[in-house]
Design a protein around this ligand. Structure first.
Ligand code: APR
Length: 250
């Protein structure tokens, strides 16, 4: 394998870390059959975010937005965690990885067995009422489109973070704490173009953390990485896990 040296190096850094965390994006779920956003077949090639993923778009046409989210939910519901998700869960179980911070809304990290998962952009399986704060599984509140809140009858929305919206305070504070504390950040499958997630590894780097990146191509963040491993997450992460296991056994 071309990247054997880098895989070993990454495993060494992870094994010797004090507080390693991962930041993941759509690329880790690509091998589970979920389209990314900015790749060649990415969702933003065929759709415009301003029509579907902003508060204004929802106010203008909630039915259109809901239909798009239900279509994505259907895709996601039939997807299974791949070996990349599973490797991160196994690294957590070994005590090597402390938490996964994900931009994904698909729940595949949790389904793979990761216990500490922070969802920066929400969860597509949940709906939320902005009037009274009620949240529930989409499957439980869905009847009419758009669904209405069973408590206050206000229109409900997907429980995700749209362009132009802030990440909820409690989640953001916990995330900043993790990235400030971490000495190693494993960045997987993100173009690192969407703020504020894209600045998190930079924050860690400024505090002295080492950055390992796994991606099929270079990203906006690659320039700050200590190790860049080009390859699919479902192949590279299990390879890193195997090396870590070997090192621990020795
Ligand atoms: N393994 C690793 N990386 C991959 C793979 C793979 N199998 N397939 C694709 N990638 C990489 C691409 O090279 C790209 O850098 O995954 C990245 C996906 O980038 P984006 O589509 O921009 O996804 P992401 O970075 O997660 O987007 C951030 O943008 O639209 C919003 O809210 C949405 O959370 C999303 C945010």
């Amino acid at each position: 394998m071309v990247y054997t040296h880098d895989v070993k190096k990454a495993a060494e850094i992870l094994s010797g870390s004090r507080f390693a965390i991962a930041l993941t994006g759509a690329g880790i779920s690509a091998d589970s059959g979920i389209p990314t956003f900015r790749g060649r077949d990415g969702l933003w090639q065929g759709y415009r975010p301003e029509d579907l993923a902003t508060p204004e778009a929802f106010r203008r046409d909630p039915v259109k937005v809901w239909r798009w989210y239900l279509w994505r939910l259907e895709l996601i519901s039939s997807a299974k965690p791949n070996d990349g998700h599973k490797a991160l869960a196994a690294l957590e179980k070994l005590g090597v990885l402390k938490c996964v911070v994900t931009q994904n809304v698909d729940c595949l990290h949790q389904l793979a067995g990761s216990r500490c998962v922070i969802e920066l952009h929400g969860n597509i399986r949940r709906a939320r009422c902005d009037n009274c704060g009620y949240k529930d599984d989409v499957s439980r509140i869905l009847g009419d489109i758009p669904p209405h809140c069973p408590r206050c009858n206000h229109i409900m929305r997907p429980d995700v973070v749209w362009f132009g919206e802030l990440i909820p305070d409690d989640i953001w504070e916990k995330t900043v704490e993790l990235f400030t504390r971490s000495d190693v950040v494993l960045v997987v499958g993100t173009s690192s173009t969407v703020m504020p997630a894209a600045m998190l590894p930079v924050m860690s780097k400024e505090k002295g953390a080492r950055i390992i990146e796994v991606n099929v191509e270079s990203s906006a963040l690659t320039y700050i990485t200590d190790i860049f491993i080009r390859g699919r997450a479902s192949v590279v992460l299990p390879a890193i896990l195997r090396e870590v296991e070997n090192m621990i056994r020795r």
